[in-house]
Design a protein around this ligand. Structure first.
Ligand SMILES: C[S@@+](CC[C@H](N)C(=O)[O-])C[C@H]1O[C@@H](n2cnc3c(N)ncnc32)[C@H](O)[C@@H]1O
Length: 243
């Protein structure tokens, strides 16, 4: 396989492989297709990968443009029977999916834009079957602070640091467990890969593979994880209520 050329694809590839592996790990030796709901799934980048793995994916998104693009990508990939786009948002989740209607809920880069993250997580728990899993990806405050400061936007950096609505690893874990989930794993995404100049990947043979391996090495190191642009949380709705 040719090496992907864009450096962001190192962290994106790591994330997709991580999630596919986590889902495979839930079903050892089982080829069952999972019912996946991708809340705020946009144009379906992840939905395509999940459907190619055999899963059935419902993308719920408020944007008609994103859903039109999803339809085009789905039909280009020949995955028409496995991906369905539905217009709606987090507040519609339970009415669109129904209680215990999904094995997996994906919520990537969406919790930041919903009116109430806690209510959105409660809705995700409601639509999951007992034992079902949540794949949550959120942007981290510390990385925003660094990025703004290094770009010279010092006031914005201070505002980002003081903004209680921005997530970090520990606050998002508290939110997830507070919604009744058991956290199975958390990984930083892009802690190193998103900072390596593209010229390094283009000029050195094998650099992509080494960077991908490094990204995997450090993803659960607490210091790197705290500084990663994004954190991925894989959590499970317990088969029985906790306690
Ligand atoms: C940053 S994009 C992320 C898209 C995709 N999940 C990804 O990771 O590439 C945010 C998406 O959330 C959708 N969105 C915005 N408000 C939403 C809401 N209240 N509920 C669900 N999705 C929402 C947007 O239309 C957009 O597709």
């Amino acid at each position: 396989m040719a090496e992907p050329r864009r450096r962001r694809s190192v962290s994106q590839t790591f994330l997709v492989d991580l999630l596919l592996g986590q889902l495979d790990g839930l079903l050892p030796g089982d080829s069952r297709s999972l019912d996946v709901v991708d809340l705020g799934g946009g144009t379906g980048g992840l939905a395509i990968s999940l459907a190619e793995r055999g899963h059935r994916v419902t993308v719920i998104d408020p944007s008609p443009d994103a859903l039109a693009s999803l339809d085009r990508r789905t039909s280009d990939a020949g995955l028409g029977g496995r991906i369905r786009g539905v217009q709606g948002d987090a507040a519609d989740l339970v009415s669109l999916v129904g209680a215990e209607g999904a094995d997996v809920v994906v919520c990537h880069r969406v919790l930041e834009v919903v009116d109430s993250p806690a209510e959105a997580l409660a809705a995700m728990a409601t639509v999951l079957r007992p034992g079902g899993v949540l794949s949550l990806l959120v942007s981290q405050r510390h990385s925003v602070v660094l990025t703004q400061a290094l770009a010279g936007h010092l006031e914005l950096a201070r505002q980002a640091y003081a903004d209680p609505a921005r997530f970090d690893h520990d606050s998002v874990l508290r939110l997830v467990t507070g919604s009744g989930f058991a956290v199975l794993a958390s990984h930083g995404i892009g802690a190193v890969a998103d900072h390596v100049p593209e010229s390094v990947l283009e000029s050195e043979a094998g650099a992509y593979a080494v960077l991908a391996a490094l990204e995997a090495d450090i993803a659960q190191d607490p210091a790197f994880r705290a500084l990663a642009p994004q954190v991925h949380v894989f959590a499970q709705r317990p088969a029985r209520p906790l306690g």
